[in-house]
Design a protein around this ligand. Structure first.
Ligand SMILES: C[S@@+](CC[C@H](N)C(=O)[O-])C[C@H]1O[C@@H](n2cnc3c(N)ncnc32)[C@H](O)[C@@H]1O
Length: 223
């Protein structure tokens, strides 16, 4: 017994405790990263759209919309956020989030693949995070966005690419949930948008340098 107990505590101290610490640290880092991503999205979009009280903003492919409270605060009670998604299940998490925030200016929109179902000429900004690469009809979606933006409204696309996948074709990239910024830029130009800014590496993954978050900002062109 006297020989077994010290051995048991030694095993806990040298194997189980470090493993537990590693799990806790990994979880915390993952959480912190997610928080940073929400802040990064908000800060980058805010810089481009100069969000103001009374603005109408749509977030396409909003999922749980973990970041939408910040946008709701920025546009205030006179403004409005439309959280658009084609996945009915994602609205459960969005509703839970909305229930925990004190904002009543967010409206979920249950849309369809090729149409965000938004009213025309109404939006100061249309934004999306990690959703553009999932569109099955990107050009059609862009034409709807153009129609729904006010003349000086802006479109902000935030998506990710792994620079090691640049040799793959579009379908293969999208299967990996990535998209080369140049392909999205070409879509925007084809749909009649004017590019305002392009940042191919707004953010690099801290543990994987080839993985970037990119951002494109555009506004409706003349034609
Ligand atoms: C990877 S999730 C991103 C969710 C959220 N934007 C975020 O960054 O946490 C992509 C979302 O886009 C939605 N989506 C895909 N195609 C869509 C489309 N054509 N119109 C609207 N939403 C779409 C999906 O249902 C999903 O909720």
């Amino acid at each position: 017994m006297y020989f077994i107990l010290p051995g048991f505590f030694y095993k806990i101290a040298t194997t189980i405790l470090p493993a537990l610490c590693a799990i806790i640290v990994t979880q915390c880092l993952g959480y912190a990263q997610a928080l940073n991503m929400d802040s990064l999205y908000y800060d980058a979009v805010n810089e481009e759209l100069q969000l103001d009280q009374g603005d109408w903003i749509a977030d396409i492919g909003s999922g749980s919309g973990s970041y939408l409270n910040k946008f709701a605060r920025a546009v205030g009670e006179q403004g409005h956020i439309f959280a658009v998604d084609i996945d009915a299940d994602s609205f459960d998490d969005l509703h839970d989030n909305m229930d925990s925030w004190d904002y009543y200016n967010i409206t979920p929109v249950y849309s369809i693949q090729q149409n965000p179902l938004l009213p025309p000429s109404s939006f100061d900004g249309i934004m999306m995070r990690l959703a553009y690469h999932e569109f099955t009809a990107p050009l059609e979606m862009l034409r709807h966005f153009k129609n729904s933006l006010k003349p000086n409204g802006r479109l902000v696309i935030f998506d990710s690419m792994d620079e090691e996948l640049v040799h793959l074709d579009r379908e293969e990239q999208e299967d990996d949930h990535r998209l080369d910024i140049e392909l999205a830029k070409a879509d925007l130009e084809q749909a009649g948008f004017e590019i305002i800014s392009k940042d191919p590496a707004l953010f690099r993954h801290p543990q994987r340098d080839s993985l970037t978050m990119w951002m494109l900002v555009a506004q409706p062109g003349d034609q």
